[in-house]
Write a protein that binds this ligand. Structure first.
Ligand SMILES: NC(=O)c1ccc[n+]([C@@H]2O[C@H](COP(=O)([O-])OP(=O)(O)OC[C@H]3O[C@@H](n4cnc5c(N)ncnc54)[C@H](OP(=O)(O)O)[C@@H]3O)[C@@H](O)[C@H]2O)c1
Length: 479
């Protein structure tokens, strides 16, 4: 087989197949391979007229079909299958070749794989891909890690097939070495969980407190989508809420079981944040809300517990309440992104990735699930000040969240009074209030720790560590 393909894709389920077609539609010759060869044949049979494909039935044929340096994209199930595929292909490759893992790998696995393959002179490019199957075909947001050298060889192709932001710039950029790309994709998914949870809480409040129907709430979301909340998730929420179940004639949202599932990247975002000591309470509440919803037995056993039953507002009050919910949603969204970007900054410091946060927000503006007008604002904030310590330190976001806070608090008062859970809104407000507080009760926590464990504390008035002799005369000693 002559080496004619500029890129190869192995793993041709929905994502790999659409990514291969995207490369071909953009003028690249694409070698296609799948463990079960029938899928590769089916792809060429069905879509062969979209561009140049080279069908490879064996690993050897696949590698032989690729121009050097070889660019081999792996789109298989994350975890062991990815290791199996690397084990199969690495011995067939030569120094300078690239293995691009576009699956949802854990960044720690990516760091390990990159290290192992580097010893062989192979570039391992752990790459986040967001946008689902539609994005993979028509332009995803792509977050490649790996060496700068690999980006030089691969970047122009990724830029061509990626989504484009409204200003025409590609939604991909070199994120940083080894696991940086998969880390950023992981936090992207964590933010996605938080965005979805906040939208779900807004829906529940509009339904139970304001008394709107799903169709009316769809209209409210459509209106919000013309303003500062303009985003893919708000847009599809309106579509889902407006959908009527054909079998029953009921709103679709009323016939779906209220138990949310998850694949794991949101959970990873929280686990890693705990390791890094970064408070991502909004993302954590979103993960916990999904897990709580799935505990059917626990919920069945608790359904009759005492508490208020929400009583819908009068029509004239409902519209004003909806405006307040918009403020609460927007303010909470600012907090989720603040927390997510904090986690990326902390990961970048920990692993020496030197991630450009403004660039991350720029490549999320198109193609990915959290794409939103809002990301332009974040990019502008980092453009104005690259070392911004927090999004809340940006004058524009600080002003907006300040203006939203009365309504945000009012929504949480209503939610609490009426017994409607709003953990995302509440966690976001608590984070905001904790950050702006003059003093936190952490001082008392330190006192308790010193009392039972002699863990020591620092004083406000002088340097050093101290311990109080709690069991003795309660005098203070330097520790
Ligand atoms: N679906 C999405 O929206 C989405 C979005 C972003 C990222 N991703 C990530 O992209 C990757 C691909 O996702 P997907 O939904 O298209 O497919 P998938 O269901 O995750 O994986 C199926 C593919 O993996 C191959 N595979 C499984 N075990 C293998 C092994 N031991 N050796 C070789 N190949 C093996 C399968 O080959 P056979 O056909 O032979 O079984 C098939 O091509 C995943 O890592 C996923 O997490 C998915």
């Amino acid at each position: 087989m002559s080496a004619s393909a500029q890129i190869g894709v192995t793993g041709l389920a929905v994502m790999g197949r659409n990514l291969a077609r995207n490369f071909a539609r953009n003028g690249y010759t694409v070698a296609v391979h799948n463990r079960t060869a029938a899928k590769a044949r089916a792809l060429v049979d069905e879509f062969g007229d979209e561009g140049e494909f080279v069908l490879a039935e064996t690993a050897e044929d696949f590698v032989a079909a690729l121009e050097r340096p070889r660019r081999l994209v792996v789109m298989v199930k994350a975890g062991e299958p990815t290791d199996a595929v690397i084990k199969e292909f690495a011995p067939l490759l030569e120094p300078g070749d690239m293995i691009v893992d576009g699956g949802n790998a854990h960044f720690a696995d990516t760091r390990r794989r990159e290290r192992e393959l580097r010893e062989q002179g192979i570039h391992f490019v752990g790459t986040g891909v967001s946008g689902g199957e539609e994005g993979a075909l028509n332009g995803p947001s792509i977050m490649p890690g790996g060496s700068k050298e690999s980006y030089d060889a691969l970047g122009p192709m990724l830029e061509k097939i990626s989504a484009k932001a409204a200003d025409g710039s590609p939604c991909t950029a070199h994120i940083g070495p080894d696991g940086a790309g998969h880390f950023v994709k992981m936090v992207h998914n964590g933010i996605e969980y938080a965005d979805m949870q906040l939208i779900a809480e807004a829906y529940q409040l509009l339904r139970e407190v304001a008394g709107y129907s799903p169709a009316e709430i769809a209209d409210i979301f459509r209106t919000w989508n013309t303003g500062r909340l303009d985003s893919y998730l708000i847009e599809i929420t309106a579509e889902v809420l407006a959908h009527v179940d054909a079998a029953t004639g009921e709103p679709f949202v009323d016939v779906v079981q209220d138990q949310a599932e998850q694949k794991g990247t949101g959970r990873w975002t929280v686990q890693i944040a705990l390791d890094l000591g970064v408070p991502v309470s909004g993302i954590a509440e979103a993960v916990f809300a999904r897990s709580l919803s799935g505990h059917k037995d626990l919920r069945d056993a608790s359904r009759g517990l005492a508490g208020p039953k929400a009583e819908p507002l009068a029509k004239e009050e409902a519209a004003a309440f909806a405006d307040q919910v918009e403020q609460a949603l927007y303010a909470s969204k600012i907090v989720s992104y603040t927390q997510g970007f904090h986690e990326i900054a902390a990961g970048s410091d920990e692993y020496g990735w030197d991630i450009d946060l403004g660039q991350v927000s720029a490549i999320w503006r198109g193609g990915c699930i959290i794409r939103a007008a809002f990301l332009d604002r974040i990019r502008a904030a980092y453009d104005a000040r690259a070392d911004l310590p927090s999004l809340l330190a940006d004058d524009g976001f600080a002003r907006e969240i300040g203006e939203a806070q009365d309504d945000w608090r009012a929504v949480l008062v209503a939610a609490t009074r009426q017994g409607v859970p709003a953990p995302g809104f509440a966690a976001a407000l608590a984070y905001y209030d904790a950050l702006r507080a003059d003093r936190l009760p952490a001082a008392l926590t330190q006192g308790q720790r010193d009392y039972f464990g002699a863990h020591t504390y620092r004083r406000t008035d002088r340097e050093g560590s101290f311990h109080t002799l709690w069991g003795g005369d309660r005098s203070e000693v330097s520790a």
